[in-house]
Design a protein. Structure first.
Lengths: 307, 279
């Protein structure tokens, strides 16, 4: 995902002269090289200084430029939270905060590097949009959206090595719209971000072992949420499951439940999130999901039991 | 960037002194319409703000300001509002209705108001924002200087030092920061809460800035120091000031960070300013 982001940003900069990326001592070295070589004045490393990374981007935006702030997700918003809130969101400036390793991608680096409540935190700020693509293809589309938006965006990316899942998606990527990426009739799984691959694993098993037809939707734009699209899903499926790599508080699962109440939805609704707790474990990203109680088997069993 | 015409420019310091007396009266008038305002912090930076707007900032052929000014110590907003009013950028009725419902002017400068480049009020944001502005101008080849005024208490914010470290490294020269060193923060003297912070100038110089220390109430000194800068690095002016300058009972008395004068105190302040005018 981060390499796709860097390559796409290079394409954006080739088309537009006023694009800057400001990093805080973190950068995808290889994939960012073409941008750095061709636009050296537009690649700024402020060093380990996240507050200045954000405010400097605001200054660039106040001069009519489009700026991307880039670092590890935790450092991109927790450390400079007030700069994000006031300089970017209060002033509604076209700056994208790119958080690398949203969720628990940095699985061997420990809890200091887990961004498990990041969407709740930035999503609470007025004007802020949140986009969390599920694969490199969505990352490319999302990067273009960020470059063209007129307000602040938090672009929550995985780390590296995510497979493409949306190559055959029946619907295109559109900012602010939930996107059907796999057809199905009985069960619908809504997810966003790299944990989307778990949604596919669950769908495959449900179709194989239970003969259930499973649709999958990407809720890549977590804010503003496509409430009309979510309501249609709640109307059209007998079972809806939300799977997300984010704390149970303040993200997609709770919002879908709220919408379900508002529309008196008749479907079975299940949500699967990270726990509202810090974990002190190391391993793969999948090991972190497991530690938070998120496995394909658990989700599969819950859907089968609930239907 | 050093400009030939800046050096040649003249500055009428006597006119500036007259304006600043008028500005102090205007701020005192406004103080009688609200329960609290940051008059003392505005009085300490009035001469600084006036010399920047009326002496240092460049104008185009039609007299419009082309340089940028940002008041990072947003609580001193009245100092900027009265100048913007004098320049005709802010309409008089807005300042008459300061902090009233429907008025665009509050205690801290809000984004979107005429003459206000960014929302300030939370300290430590202005310097890094202006570094971004100056960087955009530099990369895009725009000949423009960015002026930013900070408070000395504000220098305790880490973000200020982040920006101070990176600005010279980025090759920024078109940035002039002025520290309103009035030696006061809300709870007391800055030199007492942070004695090792002094002398400030050495620390800023060590970060690669061109620095100078001036009397922050001497408009000519401010103008001369900035106009004669070498221009090979961003500049920081350490301007020694008196909090509450111009009104005896406000000078160096912390309560006036917030308080509005009573009607009697207001009359006394007006008399003092009138006396200064005669003298």
């Amino acid at each position: 995902m981060r390499d796709t982001f860097a390559r796409t940003l290079y394409q954006v900069a080739k088309k537009r002269s006023n694009v800057f990326i400001v990093v805080a001592d973190i950068s995808p070295a290889g994939s960012m090289a073409p941008f750095r070589e061709e636009f050296p004045d537009h690649f700024i490393n402020v060093g380990v200084a996240e507050q200045t990374m954000i405010s400097l981007c605001a200054g660039l935006a106040l001069r009519g430029c489009t700026a991307f702030a880039y670092t590890i997700a935790t450092f991109s918003i927790y450390r400079p939270f007030e700069q994000v809130r006031i300089d970017l969101c209060y002033q509604n400036l076209p700056v994208t905060v790119v958080g690398i390793g949203g969720g628990v991608s940095y699985s061997t680096l420990g809890g200091t590097h887990h961004a498990q409540e990041d969407i709740a935190v930035v999503g609470a700020i007025p004007n802020m949009a949140v986009i969390a693509p599920c694969d490199p293809l969505e990352t490319e589309a999302a990067t273009w959206v960020c470059a063209e938006r007129n307000g602040p965006t938090y672009l929550r990316l995985g780390k590296a090595g995510e497979p493409n899942l949306t190559g055959d998606a029946p619907e295109p990527f559109e900012f602010g719209k939930v996107r059907k990426i796999k057809e199905g009739r009985d069960v619908c799984i809504i997810a966003y971000g790299p944990i989307m691959k778990m949604a596919f694993e669950v769908a495959e098993k449900l179709e194989r072992d239970e003969q259930r037809s499973v649709a999958i939707y990407s809720a890549h734009t977590v804010k503003p949420l496509d409430t009309a699209g979510i309501k249609r899903i709640l109307d059209n499926f007998e079972t809806v499951a939300v799977v997300e790599e984010h704390s149970v508080r303040g993200s997609l699962g709770g919002q879908v439940k709220q919408l379900a109440w508002d529309v008196r939805a008749n479907c079975k609704l299940l949500t699967f999130s990270l726990r509202d707790e810090f974990i002190h474990q190391f391993g793969s990203q999948r090991d972190m999901w497991t530690a938070h109680g998120l496995t394909p088997e658990i989700i599969y069993d819950a859907i089968v039991a609930g239907s | 960037m050093m400009k030939e015409d800046t050096l040649a420019k003249t500055f009428d310091a006597a006119a500036s002194k007259r304006r600043c007396r008028k500005f102090r009266r205007r701020i005192l008038d406004i103080s009688q319409t609200v329960s609290a305002l940051h008059a003392a912090g505005a009085f300490s930076c009035l001469e600084i703000v006036d010399s920047i707007y009326f002496g240092l900032m460049q104008r185009d052929d039609e007299g419009r300001l082309t340089d940028t000014f940002l008041l990072s110590k947003g609580h001193g907003s009245l100092a900027q509002y009265v100048v913007l009013e004098e320049l005709g950028i802010l309409p008089r009725e807005e300042l008459d209705n300061f902090c009233k419902p429907g008025c665009i002017l509050g205690t801290h400068p809000d984004f979107g108001i005429p003459g206000i480049e960014a929302a300030t009020g939370s300290l430590g944001h202005g310097l890094p924002i202006t570094v971004g502005m100056a960087l955009a101008d530099k990369v895009q080849g725009i000949d423009r200087t960015v002026y930013v005024v900070l408070s000395d208490g504000e220098l305790q914010e880490g973000s200020v030092w982040e920006a101070m470290m990176i600005a010279p490294t980025l090759g920024i020269k078109n940035l002039v920061a002025v520290v309103d060193l009035n030696d006061f923060q809300s709870l007391g003297r800055t030199s007492e809460t942070h004695p090792n912070f002094y002398p400030v100038l050495d620390k800023v110089s060590a970060f690669g800035w061109e620095t100078v220390e001036v009397d922050g109430h001497d408009q000519q000194a401010i103008f001369d120091a900035v106009s004669s800068r070498l221009g090979g690095a961003p500049m920081m002016v350490i301007a020694r000031t008196v909090k509450g300058k111009g009104v005896s009972y406000m000078e160096n008395v912390p309560i006036w960070h917030y308080r509005s004068p009573s009607p009697e105190e207001y009359q006394q302040a007006l008399l003092e300013l009138a006396g200064e005018e005669e003298a």
